[in-house]
Design a protein around this ligand. Structure first.
Ligand code: TRP
Length: 348
């Protein structure tokens, strides 16, 4: 019995060998596409076995650009269902909705007291969004980085898996954590490091229009929830060129993109088969696309099925969100109690 207990303890130890905390936030806008899946979600799935993990849906952040959401509960449930369908596991990670954890806002307020107009105005994404929505340059948009910092340090997260586009926000988060420590003369918040998704096995998935990355705003996405017929249609429409012109020539970008996708969803044999055909100039793009479409359909089939199951079970989704919120609030309120103590507020 004792041995069993020991083994179990030891296993958890090996299992989550680094008890560092990993956290990432996801904006509830739209559906997950192949780029999200192979670029980020697959890494999250691996990380949840190795670290103390928090993954949350950043619904407050979405108000900075969409102040009057149509149906925020639906958007949140959609993204939650899709993440669960991909394999995020509430038993392994704390999965929650940002707006279910009010402690985040109180910390946001404290951080805002020590965040300065000049530095917030210099953030590139603020400037971009301000340009895009000149009639709605709101304070939430300006303080997006302080809210994000609060999200992260409320759980004293050490590592944050995010894309390159979040680097400046991450720098701000480190700065705010450092500043808090200095301001109050404590070694309280760890400085959160970005966790390169590429190094964690994340892959940059190209779009099918030859324009580079697959992205929602580019309108070139294959969504995990797309029906097979839709996937086939999208793949068959992928941009190509006149075909290979010389033996063993380098592939132009649009063709390289198709091969990158093949590499991700198809078998090595399939990849080699088409690669050889490219090299000896016998490749017919139509054949490649047909195969690629079938392999994408096969790779996403089980996820698509689970998305349907989760989406149709609102009660289950809400139960999972509620349980996640409880766990997240436990961690957040512990930090917040200490923060209140450090600053000098009453602690209950
Ligand atoms: N800003 C992130 C994005 O646009 C979302 C986000 C909000 C986030 N809070 C976070 C990411 C905390 C990581 C950690 O994708």
């Amino acid at each position: 019995m004792a041995l069993l207990w020991y083994l179990r303890g030891a296993k958890t130890h090996i299992y989550k060998k680094k008890m560092e905390t990993v956290l990432s936030g996801i904006r509830p806008t739209g559906n997950l596409h192949l780029g999200n899946y192979y670029g980020a979600v697959t890494s999250f799935i691996k990380l949840q076995d190795l670290y103390r993990c928090f993954f949350f849906i950043a619904d407050w952040h979405s108000l900075t650009t969409h102040p009057t959401p149509e149906n925020i509960q639906n958007s949140v449930r959609t993204i939650l269902a899709e993440y669960l369908a991909c394999g995020l596991d509430p038993e392994k990670a704390t999965i929650y909705v940002q707006s279910d954890v009010p402690e985040v806002v109180e910390l946001y307020l404290y951080l805002n007291m020590n965040a300065y107009l000049g530095e917030l105005e210099r953030v590139t994404s603020f400037k971009e969004k301000a340009r895009k929505q000149p009639d709605n340059v709101n304070a939430g948009l300006l303080t997006y980085p302080t809210l994000m910092a609060s999200d992260i340090i409320i759980h004293k997260a050490n590592k944050v898996p995010v894309g390159k586009d979040q680097e400046q926000n991450m720098e701000m988060a480190r700065k705010f954590a450092r500043r808090f420590n200095q301001m109050y003369g404590v070694e309280f918040f760890p400085e959160p490091a970005s966790f390169s998704l590429a190094k964690e096995g994340g892959i940059k998935i190209p779009g099918l229009d030859g324009s580079g990355k697959m992205g929602k705003s580019e309108g070139n996405c294959i969504y995990l929830c797309d029906e097979p017929s839709v996937i086939r249609k999208k793949v068959m429409k992928a941009v190509t060129d006149a075909g290979p012109q010389a033996m063993n020539s380098e592939k132009p970008e649009v063709i390289k993109n198709l091969f990158t996708l093949l590499e991700v969803v198809s078998s090595k044999d399939t990849y080699n088969y088409f690669n050889d055909k490219w090299n000896d100039c016998t490749l017919r793009y139509g054949d490649l696309k047909k195969q690629l479409a079938e392999d994408i359909v096969a790779a996403t089939d089980p996820i698509r099925e689970r998305i349907k199951e989760f989406s149709s079970n609102t009660a289950l989704l809400d139960k999972i969100a509620l349980a996640g919120a409880e766990k997240a609030r436990e961690s957040a309120s512990k930090t917040l109690r200490e923060v209140r103590q450090i600053i000098g507020f009453r602690v209950y």
